[in-house]
Structure formats: structure tokens, C-alpha cells
Design a binder for this molecule. Structure first.
Ligand SMILES: Cc1cc2nc3c(=O)[nH]c(=O)nc-3n(C[C@H](O)[C@H](O)[C@H](O)COP(=O)(O)OP(=O)(O)OC[C@H]3O[C@@H](n4cnc5c(N)ncnc54)[C@H](O)[C@@H]3O)c2cc1C
Length: 285
């Protein structure tokens, strides 16, 4: 394995100083579940890993009034076991439970998943569905970006050198909103997503949709909410026909963004079913 230095940070301030050191090119290390696979095969494009996995400020999951705060060093297991997220963000909890196996879920972090920005990253659709904002910190200061703007493409982000994702925030969904996540892989366990889908929704007293969000994963190079599909559902009764039409429109929006590729024949049908199924779960009275 190529050689590189390792140092553990004990606070965000210390991590940011280490990451911004002009003398030695450094990168954050979360659970290492992506980094260590990479460095076994290639010389890393940095000389030092700064371990942020035990920075206390980055391990919190808290509700502050109308906002949820989730530290970037929170692991999938910690997120899935959080009563705060179980209550406010079922789609994120389900996404975390779908990741790898127990060992990966115990080590892998949400910050690492977003920073690595794989097209198939399982936290992305749920974070985007929740309108999550990533909070970044470096020696130059702090800034905040929607997760959908931070991830600019497959394995590409707007993160700058020396920048650390410290935490994510998202608004507590309105009362009565339910959310769900569905993943389509080649097998049931330890599966990489071929496609995934996060949805949130609520029906009003008349049984019509008065809140809806839809965010596919591994469908487009940049994760985003499919607002076109949300708009067609709002104010409507979610009949089987409407949900099937929403599935078809989800496929149309995807193809409009990606064009037709070798995988479209499969993905067109699969994403229709996934959108329909996930919306049905989120909107189930
Ligand atoms: C067997 C196996 C199964 C897997 N299954 C899945 C799966 O089902 N779904 C899925 O989505 N992923 C899966 N993964 C990929 C991986 O586990 C996740 O992407 C994980 O969330 C990465 O987090 P980490 O903390 O381990 O990141 P690390 O490996 O520590 O880091 C990954 C990248 O993010 C950067 N980084 C880490 N933390 C931060 C931060 N706070 N701020 C800025 N940059 C940061 C690092 O510098 C590095 O570039 C799997 C991996 C393995 C090995």
C-alpha cells in the first residue's frame, strides 16, 4: 500500500487547521470505507489523512426548533438508530439501513458518502429530498450549500481544497409528512444501488396531495428533486392512474437529462416502478 501520514483531529478547529496546512496536502478521513479501498490500489493524491471520525461536534444528531442537525461524522448505524431521524426523516433512516452490511454501516459516515459523491451513494436522494444543506468549514471561513448544489456530478463536488463538511441541516418536515426510500440493487444485501428513490408526502383532509417531494438516486449525474413530477401530483388524489403517470414522468425527466444510453432500456422501466412504489409508501394515509 502507498505510504501516507495519518493524524487524528479532536475538534473542527483542529481539523480545519490540519487540512489547510500549506506544507502538506491533506484530506479528511471519515470511516475510511471508500478511502481505504482506493489507497490499496493507487497512490493517493494527498500526503496525509486527517481522521475526523471522532470529532465530537461532528457526531451530533439534534433537533433545534424547526431544524434537524446531523454531524458529518455520524455513521449509518448511528443515523439509523436515532429517534430524532426515525421521527423526522424515515427516508434517511431507510437509506442508511440499506447501505452495505453491518461493518460498513458502523464505520461509513454521511459526510464521507456525500464527499465521495458516487452516483449510487445511498444517502444522496434522501438528503436532497429533505432539502438538506451541507455546512462547510475551512481556514478561509464557513459556507453552506444545498447538498444538490454541493454534488456537481458523479464523484465531483464543489468542495475546495482544505474544506471539511462539518454537518448537515434540514427543516423538520411539516406535521403528518411521511417519507420513504427504496433501493434497487443486483441483490438484497451488500448491494450497490442501480437506482434508488426517496419520496416524502402528505394528503390533506380531502385525500389530495398537499406536500410532495421526489428525489431519485443513480439516475442523473447530479442529484436533484424532480419538481416536474412533484408539480403534477400536488392538489391531486393519488389514484393508481396518477401514480403510474408520475412514474412515467419520472422516467421522462430522467431521459430528458441523461439522453438515451445503453442502460436506458432497463432504467426507464425500473425508475417508473420505483417512483410509483416509493410515492405510494410516502403517501399511504
Ligand atoms: C463493502 C462496501 C459496501 C458499500 N456499500 C455501500 C452502499 O450500499 N451504499 C453506499 O452509498 N455506499 C456504499 N459503500 C461506500 C462507502 O461505504 C460510503 O460511501 C461511505 O459513506 C463513505 O464514508 P466514509 O466515512 O467511510 O468515507 P471515507 O472513506 O473516510 O472518505 C470518503 C471521501 O470523503 C472525504 N471525506 C470524508 N469525510 C469528509 C468530510 N466530513 N468532509 C469532507 N470530505 C470528507 C474523504 O477525504 C474521501 O475523499 C460501500 C463500501 C464498501 C467498501
Amino acid at each position: 500500500m502507498p505510504r501516507f501520514d495519518y493524524v487524528r483531529a479532536h475538534s473542527v478547529a483542529e481539523a480545519v487547521q490540519l487540512l489547510g496546512d500549506p506544507e502538506i496536502l491533506s484530506r479528511p478521513l471519515g470511516g475510511g470505507t471508500d478511502v481505504l479501498v482506493f489507497v490499496r490500489h493507487e497512490k493517493p493524491p494527498y500526503d496525509r489523512l486527517v481522521d475526523i471520525s471522532r470529532v465530537p461536534e461532528m457526531k451530533i444528531i439534534e433537533r433545534h426548533g424547526g431544524e434537524i442537525v446531523v454531524g458529518a461524522a455520524v455513521t449509518y448505524t448511528e443515523a439509523a438508530e436515532s429517534p430524532v431521524l426515525q421521527e423526522a426523516a424515515a427516508c434517511l433512516v431507510e437509506a442508511c439501513l440499506s447501505v452495505g452490511g453491518p461493518a460498513i454501516r458502523n464505520a461509513g459516515t454521511l459526510g464521507g458518502n456525500v464527499a465521495n459523491a458516487a452516483a449510487c451513494a445511498d444517502s444522496l436522494p434522501s438528503l436532497v429530498c429533505l432539502d438538506a444543506v451541507a455546512h462547510l468549514c475551512s481556514r478561509s471561513g464557513e459556507r453552506a450549500l444545498l447538498v444538490s448544489d454541493l454534488v456537481t456530478g458523479a464523484n465531483r463536488t464543489a468542495l475546495q481544497r482544505g474544506e471539511l463538511i462539518t454537518h448537515f441541516t434540514f427543516p423538520v418536515p411539516p406535521a403528518g409528512v411521511r417519507s420513504a426510500f427504496t433501493k434497487l440493487g443486483r441483490r438484497n444485501a451488500q448491494a450497490i444501488s442501480r437506482l434508488s428513490m426517496a419520496a416524502a408526502g402528505r394528503l390533506d383532509a380531502q385525500g389530495c396531495v398537499d406536500f410532495v417531494r421526489l428525489s431519485p438516486g443513480a439516475a442523473t449525474s447530479q442529484p436533484r428533486r424532480f419538481t416536474e413530477v412533484e408539480a403534477m401530483l400536488l392538489g391531486q388524489e393519488p389514484t393508481d392512474e396518477l401514480l403510474a403517470a408520475a412514474g412515467s414522468q419520472t422516467a421522462e425527466v430522467m431521459i430528458g437529462m441523461t439522453g438515451r444510453r445503453w442502460s436506458t432500456e432497463y432504467k426507464e422501466v425500473a425508475i417508473q416502478a420505483l417512483a410509483e412504489r416509493t410515492l405510494r409508501r410516502a403517501l399511504a394515509g
